[in-house]
Design a protein around this ligand. Structure first.
Ligand SMILES: *Cc1c(COP(=O)(O)O)cnc(C)c1O
Length: 232
């Protein structure tokens, strides 16, 4: 059940429910619930809708646009300094410097040019947000991410040649496909490359993702309710 609007009670109730379901899914899978991090996806939502979630103690958030995040998060981060902000949307090369400055995790490393720019800016600034590599598990033409067939080579480039702090993989399964197949594929690619973190699962399928080893689930609608186009 998803809230119709963003009143404080609804969002906090939703947050508690999602947390409870994550714990139950982890327990059912024989996993430690603490091994699954809930990334609350706050894209399009204004600071006024996000602050109550911070006040309720939640600290891990996901945003998909650098520019939108720069308008919202510096203020919220200064109020709640231990916040962990994840970039979960495509990163353009000309926004890399800003992204490295603001985000704590960049989940969408998806091409060599971007990986090289990240390495250069990290070396220059000394700030090194954790990275995840986005895998296009469904090999969809319109979707960002490295093809599963090129994943091993790309991971090797990022870690061995560029020295990026790569912690894991992320995927966004095709809309009309059984997500579990994609979650299993992502887990397999991570395992054979010695990577521990798996960012997979959104509002519709986070329980399945936890069963298949997700360490991060990215949940927006089930917490904040339906999204309006961002106008801030
Ligand atoms: C928006 C978004 C989400 C959250 O989707 P919901 O269905 O609202 O939970 C998760 N991951 C990515 C990459 C997104 O862009």
């Amino acid at each position: 059940m998803v809230a119709e609007n963003n009143t404080e009670t609804d969002v906090i109730g939703n947050l508690e429910r999602v947390r409870g379901e994550l714990i139950a899914a982890a327990n059912e899978a024989g996993r430690d619930p603490d091994s699954v991090t809930l990334v609350a996806v706050s894209k399009t939502h204004k600071p006024g809708a996000i602050r109550p979630v911070l006040q309720a103690g939640h600290r891990v958030f996901g945003e998909n646009r650098v520019q939108e995040s720069e308008g919202k998060w510096p203020g919220l981060k200064s109020e709640f300094p231990d916040t962990q902000l994840h970039l979960i949307g495509p990163l353009q090369s000309n926004k890399v410097r800003n992204a490295v400055a603001l985000f704590d995790v960049i989940e969408t490393v998806d091409r060599a040019k971007l990986a090289r720019a990240l390495a250069r800016i990290m070396d220059e600034t000394g700030r090194r947000p954790d990275c995840m590599i986005q895998i296009n598990t469904g090999e969809e033409e319109q979707k960002a991410g490295i093809s599963p067939l090129q994943a091993d080579e790309f991971i090797n480039l990022c870690i061995e040649e560029l020295g990026l702090p790569v912690r894991g993989l992320m995927c966004i399964p095709p809309l009309d496909d059984e997500p579990s197949l994609h979650f299993a594929l992502l887990a397999e690619i991570a395992k054979r490359n010695g990577l521990k973190k798996l960012s997979m699962g959104m509002s519709a399928d986070y329980q399945a993702a936890v069963r298949l080893g997700a360490t991060h689930v990215r949940v927006g609608t089930a917490i904040f309710g339906a999204r309006q186009p961002f106008t801030g």
